[in-house]
Design a protein around this ligand. Sequence first.
Ligand code: 8YV
Length: 322
Amino acid sequence: MAKPRILITRKWPDACEARVRRDYDVVLNETDEPLSQDDLQEALGRFDAVCPTVTDRFSAHLLSKAAKTKLIGNFGVGFNHIDVDAAEEAGITVTNTPGVLTDCTADLAMTLMLMVTRRAGEGERLVRAGDWHGWKPTQLVGARLTGKTLGIVGMGRIGIATARRAQAGFGMNVVYYNRSEVSPERLDGLKAERLDDIDAVCEAADIVSLHLPGGGANSKVLDAGRIAKIGPEGFLVNTARGDVVDEPALIDALHSGALGGAGLDVYAAEPHVPEPLRALDNVVLLPHLGSATAETREAMGHMVLDNLDAFFAGRDVPNPVR
Ligand code: 8YV
């Protein structure tokens, strides 16, 4: 029997590319250039499965014309770049990669939290520019994490893992908002108070860290009013999706001092990072590095392929998005 035809839209870790080459009739992206909407449309007519990343947008329009593809095996846990209703309507199964990137994304949230509160980006720029002329007691004085309150918005796997690090490693108090109750089993010893809404978390927390999915009702959930509630001494960290924050309102708040600082790994229209944001000193800007470790990226690729293997063997896929 002919092997299923697979498209991998971006360069993957070597071990994962070797596995997919061995098991499937695969087209890899040797140049690693992002595919255009026309390329993706064509792919949906040629391949049994397409394995995209966050850089590939599958709109309802595209999916409604899918002539061949029956599986979209997303390399990543977030899937707001795929219209899953339209995929379902087109009879396409969508899978993702939950769990394997939890620790690394939580580590990156802590990285941003430390960098922005301790002004590490500013310090690095100072040294690299050759402008550091020696130690002084008032130079680049930041804020201490110990004893501060972390507010988590979206207490899923990554939110919990971030809270655990903040509490166990940095002695922080934790409050959170999550639509549903989080069971004590999932909290597993973590001391965290669930507040009534996101506004209450922004009021109570010194640092707010976002861990909710992008798209839909979550779009711009951190608006000007909520950002103002975090306050001039407060900080915002976003490793979730750029669209959950009102980006122009964030820039205004950072500029006016209504918000103390921000640490961002994600942006509203990636890879575009607005120039006014890049011009600000009280923001740390990373290029969507949440899951970027060798171990995790390899685990993500293998998880996509486990889903492909199950699908083409006629078994239930292990990680359907719904
Ligand atoms: C991924 C992410 O690297 O998994 C996610 O949702 O945000 C990132 O860590 C990226 O989405 C790859 O598609």
